[in-house]
Design a protein around this ligand. Sequence first.
Ligand code: SAM
Length: 287
Amino acid sequence: MNAELLLMFTLGCDRAYLYAHPERELTGDEQSRYEAALAERARGVPAQYITGHQEFWGMDLIVTPDVLIPRPETEHVIEAVLELQSSACGVRHPEAGSRKPEARSRAVDVGTGSGCIALALAKELPDADVHATDISAAALEVARANAARHQLESRVQFHQADLLAGFEDNSFDFIVSNPPYVGESETDQVQLEVRKFEPRNAVFAGSTGLEAITRLIPQACAALKPGGWLVMEISGTIAEEVKKLLRAWDDVQLRPDLQAIPRVAQARKPRHPNAVRMGTAQKSTGR
Ligand SMILES: C[S@@+](CC[C@H](N)C(=O)[O-])C[C@H]1O[C@@H](n2cnc3c(N)ncnc32)[C@H](O)[C@@H]1O
């Protein structure tokens, strides 16, 4: 698979061309570029960093070593948001009274990396006001390039920020994030390729893996409208702890990925202001 992928990359062709032209010989230049790509792969560099591309939600995205390579399981985050959005449009929340849901929803993707989540949401929710944050200026450059590549640059506003700092205005319908969630204590269980080549601050959150999420939850509470949703990618290792951190929230649900591992945590900001305060207070003492 890798040999084929790197050959397609070297020749700038698709798989059909490779199979349709078995007689095609490589020129000297093609041969040396192919060998260089194979040598990179042989020393463990992920194929996506060699080709500079990864597909996500049907979009071809640019990836560089400044950003995490988007993973297929992160598409479950998009599915969750789209389901929640369509049920919000179709069914009135009992406490929403006779008020119709607002047409233009606001969403922010925290830790956008390549921009994959924000761009998928902008593509799927043409009426939404989409924002994206990352602490890494280099990652934001890649995300902006991807937005331009898919003619979505006017749809997503990118911000350099520490998680949601500066967004605490109770105005968002969705806070969406695939935060760093691996603990340094789990380093040995992380693939060597990931450890060696993907950005450390995209993968590791601190000693337990919960550090970014622990800070994100109260910030999300402050940024969301009452009744707004927090949707986060998580791992099976931290699933139960995340549930505890969300105990003051409504409608908490963990959604499994295709391997039945809890992969997405979703929770609704309580409409009752006391419950929100209680959640923040519990959070700082809890765990
Ligand atoms: C797991 S990666 C997710 C990237 C992308 N959203 C995806 O799903 O492929 C986490 C991202 O969070 C960013 N990040 C880490 N700490 C952050 C912080 N304190 N504030 C904002 N972004 C942060 C990293 O730079 C990285 O791009």
